[in-house]
Design a binder for this molecule. Structure first.
Ligand code: AMP
Ligand code: GLY
Length: 427
């Protein structure tokens, strides 16, 4: 199979790395890719926002299968355009991508299918939203309806903070994405992510992971795209996992099919484990970044045929096997991220990493001759396997400490919630 991966982040490097190991692969391209993906695939400099350019490339290079990574391309309907050109594509339709692209859409589906989620109300003007806040009080959660690069959500602990968030949204802080605002009940609990492949009808649950969204140790600082993750996440017990499948995932898949917009792709459920059971925080219509990095490290099975079966409605009866180990990834980011940051600093020391259970996925990197330079906010994903979570964490940080990049920073506490639980149990 000749495959094209779309994207340039750590998630896409990880997908390409795993696909590159498939016996079914004959040739792998990645567009545009990054400073690491060029070692395992051919980086191609096409503009992925230009769907015609993508399909022209596919025809020229006789691509059999396209795997789309980023949310922006899902929501823009790249999958529909690739399929219209007669090429199989792992990417939900634009209509199904609304599960990520519109928080209001997902809330309506939850109502219809009786899926547990935070109580909410939708507003298209500030006056009504502010009046609702007065009636509800704090803590409360304010969300811009559309995609806002992970920045459109305010968990407000005071009424003033909540009102400021509503005013910002309607004043255009998130452009069109904030033209409608969803106000939600604050859910208390621990967050966990579940990844499930869906072919429109059948599902194949993959596994759990836990992300670390805040920039700094102890879950402090601003929200980011994710500063590290581990998998599996034992905080989700077998019983809660089954409840999540029957009460959240399966009704979603049924509801989407009944609407005539079957969901075909990976469904990434962000869940809150509350004292009243698992509740949906949000859906994403693509793999997580950095969760994919830990998923592919643990996956025993060949990923390529599973993605192809998902895209072609052939998941029934498929299974997936996992290593009986933990994987943990630490993100190295440029100082200043998620705010403004510089570009072009040199990264060294990767050649000194010698752990066979470790892989460094690249995100914002570029090769400039023999130099490896930082070109983005999140830059490297140092990802380790271990027989215990502690072991995976130690391996990851031992390698992090061999990387020489004074302009970068990372969290030192990835995995802390689960490690604290495990340590409490063993003491
Ligand atoms: P979202 O973009 O919807 O995932 O929201 C970003 C983050 O805000 C989530 O990962 C949660 O940490 C937090 N969050 C969102 N909705 C709620 C809620 N209803 N209650 C508590 N926290 C929330
Ligand atoms: N790690 C969060 C996300 O991929 O949205």
């Amino acid at each position: 199979m000749r495959v094209l991966v779309i994207g340039s982040g750590g998630r896409e490097h990880a997908l390409a790395w795993k696909i590159a190991q498939s016996p079914q692969l004959t040739k792998l391209f990645i567009a545009p890719g990054n400073g690491g993906s060029g070692e395992i695939a051919e980086n191609v400099a096409i503009d992925i926002t230009d769907h015609q350019a993508v399909t022209d490339f596919c025809k020229l290079m006789a691509i059999d299968f396209v795997v789309v990574g980023p949310d922006a391309q899902v929501v823009a309907g790249l999958g529909d355009d690739v399929r219209a050109a007669g090429i199989a594509c792992f990417c939900p339709s634009k209509a199904a991508g609304q599960l990520e692209g519109s928080k209001g859409f997902t809330k309506t589906l939850c109502d219809e299918m009786d899926i547990p989620t935070a109580a909410y109300a939708r507003f298209d003007n500030a006056a009504a939203a502010l009046a609702y806040l007065d009636a509800q009080g704090a803590p409360i959660v304010i969300k811009a309806d559309g995609l806002a690069a992970g920045k459109g959500v305010t968990v407000a602990t005071t009424l003033n903070e909540a009102k400021a968030a509503v005013s910002d949204c309607f004043a255009g802080a998130f452009g069109d994405s904030g033209a409608e605002v969803v106000i939600e009940e604050f859910m208390e609990g621990e967050e966990v992510s579940l990844f499930v492949l869906c072919d429109g009808t059948d599902i194949l649950p993959l596994t759990t992971a836990q992300d670390h969204k805040r920039a700094f140790d102890g879950d402090t600082g601003p929200n980011t795209g994710g500063m590290g993750a581990y998998s599996p996440a034992p905080v989700m017990s077998e019983a809660v996992y089954q409840e999540t499948l029957t009460r959240i995932i399966e009704p979603t898949v049924r509801g989407m099919a009944a609407r005539g917009t079957p969901y075909q792709g990976v469904l990434y459920a962000g869940l809150m484990l509350t004292k009243n059971g698992p509740k949906l925080v949000e859906y994403n219509a693509r793999f997580g970044d950095p969760e994919t990095q830990v998923l592919v490290m643990r996956m025993e099975s060949d990923l390529l045929p599973l993605l192809h079966a998902t895209a072609t409605g052939d998941l029934k009866g498929k299974t997936v096997a996992w290593k009986d180990q933990y994987a943990l990834t630490v993100i190295l980011a440029t100082q200043g991220y998620p705010g403004a940051y510089g570009k072009g600093s040199d990264i060294a020391g990767l050649e000194n990493l010698d752990d066979a259970n470790l892989h460094v996925f690249h995100a914002g990197t570029l090769r400039e001759g023999r130099r490896l330079v930082a070109s983005g906010g999140r830059v490297l994903n140092v990802t380790a396997l271990g027989n215990t979570l502690e072991d995976a964490k130690d391996r990851a940080y031992r390698s992090v400490d061999k990387i020489v990049w004074p302009e970068g920073f990372c969290r030192r506490d990835i995995g802390w919630r689960e490690l604290a639980r495990q340590n409490a149990r063993s003491s």
